[in-house]
Every structure is written in C-alpha cells, then in structure tokens.
Design a protein around this ligand. Structure first.
Ligand SMILES: [Zn+2]
Ligand SMILES: [Zn+2]
Length: 89
C-alpha cells in the first residue's frame, strides 16, 4: 500500500497516511477535529466531519466551505460550518 500526504481540513496539519485509510474517518492529533479521507479521482481529499447542532446528523464538508452558514437537510437548523476542535490540553 502507498502512503500519501493529506492535511487536516481544520488546522492544515500534514499527515502521511496509508492508502488503506481512504473512506475512513480520522481524528487530527493536533486540533482534535474529525475528518474523512475520500478518494477524488486519483487524488485523496479530506472533508471535515461536522455535526448539525440541531439533530446531530453528521456531514462531510469540503475545507473550502468551512466558515459558511449551512442549513441542515434533515431538521432545517441553520448553523455555521465550523470544525469541532477538541480543546487543547
Ligand atoms: Zn487539525
Ligand atoms: Zn439537523
């Protein structure tokens, strides 16, 4: 298996991950945010795992969309697409 370089969509920390992790959810060691690794053609992209504060359903959000307002497709709650970073100890 190949390893490849990806970066956390929330804090841009770079990681070398094994291609076997594509399609899985990872957690950033640095900021604590959870994100998905997804195949996009011959590249791999990261998408932040963002939970709706209204109903808790999880969305995989492209890094470019972070900071925007979104409306939950399930419950209609409007919320900001912001990374759920774990507090640093
Ligand atoms: Zn991070
Ligand atoms: Zn919702």
């Amino acid at each position: 298996m190949n390893s490849m370089r990806v970066s956390c969509p929330c804090c841009a920390a770079a990681y070398d991950v094994d291609s076997g992790f594509v399609g899985r959810k990872l957690q950033c060691d640095r900021c604590g945010a959870k994100f998905y690794l997804e195949a996009a053609g011959d590249r791999v992209v990261t998408r932040a795992a963002i939970r709706c504060p209204g109903c808790g359903v999880e969305y995989a959000i492209e890094a470019e969309l972070l900071g925007r307002q979104a409306c939950c497709a399930d419950c209609g709650t409007e919320f900001e697409l912001a990374c759920e970073a774990a507090p640093t100890a």
